[in-house]
Unconditional design. Sequence first.
Lengths: 189, 189
Amino acid sequence: MYSQPVDTRDKLIESTRELLWERGYVGTSPKAIQALSGVGQGSMYHHFSGKPELALAALRRSAELLRAEAERSLLGPGTAVERVTGYLRREREVLRGCRIGRMAQDPEVIADPQLRAPLAETFDWLRETITTVLAEGRSRGEVAPDLVPETTAATVLAVVQGGYVLARSADSAEPFRQAVDGLIALISR
Amino acid sequence: MYSQPVDTRDKLIESTRELLWERGYVGTSPKAIQALSGVGQGSMYHHFSGKPELALAALRRSAELLRAEAERSLLGPGTAVERVTGYLRREREVLRGCRIGRMAQDPEVIADPQLRAPLAETFDWLRETITTVLAEGRSRGEVAPDLVPETTAATVLAVVQGGYVLARSADSAEPFRQAVDGLIALISR
DNA sequence: GTCTATATTTGGATAGAC
DNA sequence: GTCTATCCAAATATAGAC
């Protein structure tokens, strides 16, 4: 989930990604993006029309990287439960939260269909992917037959997103781990 | 979860509560609070030293009300699973999210121990309360014996908080309901 | 307690030179 | 493509009168 900026556009997008993650849309100013990226005012407005366009490019890239990262655990080797467990337990910067889920709190993002789209698409894709993993696992007998793949997939996603909220509130990664452990115990029986 | 403002301080706190819910800490300006409450500049700064103090009063009140609301389902009648299910399915303004959990995304709230305290305390109390409900239910045979009360309680909280994130991202309450349904199925067997 | 005036900084750009 | 100058509104107060 990291890429070294090579050109000016890239530097702007990477800096915007970091600031959106840390401070959200309303908390991210063009000036801060310029300062972090080292790109000047004129240059920034040459490459992007303004803050919304920058944010859109940043969110699209974050969504793409998040998806690639999730594929590594979900579409890798192992049984269904192992793959979902791997996804839940993969290394995360728990106290920083999710680059995508974070934006769901920003009213200006949620109100703008263009800006909201990467969020909706990312979670849709994740839910479908996890649903498929669980459904296949069930047909192979790796997963309890009474477990409903689609709703369980939504539960998995919610635990991750909610785990971040609990962790940040507690200023500790512990609640995230507890929530994940509780879920893994529930789906493993 | 509603109270009619009676005096000036109350009007300010209620308006701040609404704005913090809708726009977060960084997105809430003193001017907006004055406009919504109908209280003038001078009056506002007479009652509160500034935005942090207003936010603190608002968060404390929201935490108190949220706790009272949660007690209604968690400490009411019914088996352990019924009470947790009641908590999960109680009426919520899903697309508006949680007044408390919402603030976990605000770096200025998380960085300030005073402002973060209501969040940490609320989730600690909820986790402990749900843990107790599940532990008692287990000892009564209402809950599967292999279900760990503490981690499961964290999972319950995370599903609610994460459900809000998924719902707002999708601009639909459906993912919240799916996540909750998935969890209820998991703890009911 | 409340009002109006004033002040400083930041947000988010546009304009035009190089 | 990039730089510097300029602009106007909003954020977040403080001061002093009533």
